[in-house]
Design a protein. Structure first.
Length: 279
């Protein structure tokens, strides 16, 4: 398929009588990585991990990997048919709403079992100072309200991803610090932006040091959930830094589990002779 790259690792030969369930994993998250690791070497399952290709040098598991898009819902449906996929686990990022929606439509049309693997969202505590908003545009609008902050010019920590900085061009008076694995498109950045290129996870001590170094007035982030990026939320709480928290988009109407173990248990019902390992 044009626009994508498929890598294969040689697996142990399977007996002709043993059917391997052809599974597509829509990945890009820690949960997807854990699931792939649990499935490595399984003789009765043939997983394929799909990555969007956003990260330029992703860490790849030892299973088949497809990198690149499908071409929308129709392209995904065609790919599922061509590759005789029998089950799909959507373990994309909680904010990858379009991909999840397309997966739900395509699997429904083909009567393919679909499971959503999604880590729970973070929940605020009485010690947190969160301003929850529905989207990034609302987050930018909140930054344009001086009365809320008591000053016109803020130092803002952007941890929304390198492809979602354009809304903050509408509030160019602030100094932004953007942290990303890969460098973003410079044309999409607000005028006063400092770039930190680094790959996490970052522990609590490192996050406290970063927040203190830049003396942030607030943090803008998405409610990704999970443990990997939570230390910045914990650090903000300890340093009394307000957080503009972007809520997750409405989920697709898909059965959902929160852990890799639960996803493996779901898979067992589609395999007559399962040898899946628990994690």
């Amino acid at each position: 398929m044009a626009g994508c790259r498929v890598l294969y690792w040689k697996a142990k030969p399977m007996p002709a009588s043993l059917h391997a369930l052809r599974l597509l994993i829509l990945g890009g998250t820690t949960e997807a990585t854990m699931l792939c690791q649990a499935l490595e070497g399984q003789s009765n399952i043939a997983p394929i991990l799909s990555l969007a290709g956003v990260t330029r040098a992703p860490h790849l598991p030892k299973i088949a990997v497809k990198i690149g898009g499908f071409g929308g819902r129709n392209g995904l449906r065609h790919w599922l048919q061509q590759n005789a996929i029998e089950a799909v686990i959507d373990a994309t990022h909680p904010f990858a709403a379009t991909m999840s929606h397309n997966a739900a439509l395509a699997c429904n049309a083909l009567n393919i079992p679909l499971l959503r693997l999604e880590r729970p969202a973070w929940q605020p505590t009485p010690q947190d100072c969160w301003h929850t908003v529905p989207n990034l545009q609302a987050a930018a609008h909140m930054l344009a309200t001086p009365a809320l902050w008591g000053k016109k010019h803020l130092t803002v920590f952007l941890t929304t991803g390198r492809k979602e900085t354009a809304p903050f061009q509408a509030v160019p008076q602030h100094h932004y610090v953007l942290r990303s694995i890969d460098a973003p498109d410079a044309a999409a950045l607000p005028p006063h932006t400092t770039l930190i290129t680094a790959r996490g996870p970052f522990d609590l001590a490192a996050e406290i040091a970063t927040l203190r170094h830049y003396q942030f007035d607030c943090i803008v982030t998405k409610n990704s959930g999970g443990n990997a990026t939570f230390p910045k939320i914990e650090a903000a709480q300890q340093l009394n830094i307000p957080v503009i928290m972007v809520n997750r988009p409405a989920p697709a109407a898909t059965p959902c589990v929160a852990t890799t173990t639960q996803a493996l248990h779901w898979l067992k019902q589609y395999q007559p002779a399962s040898t899946l390992r628990d994690v």
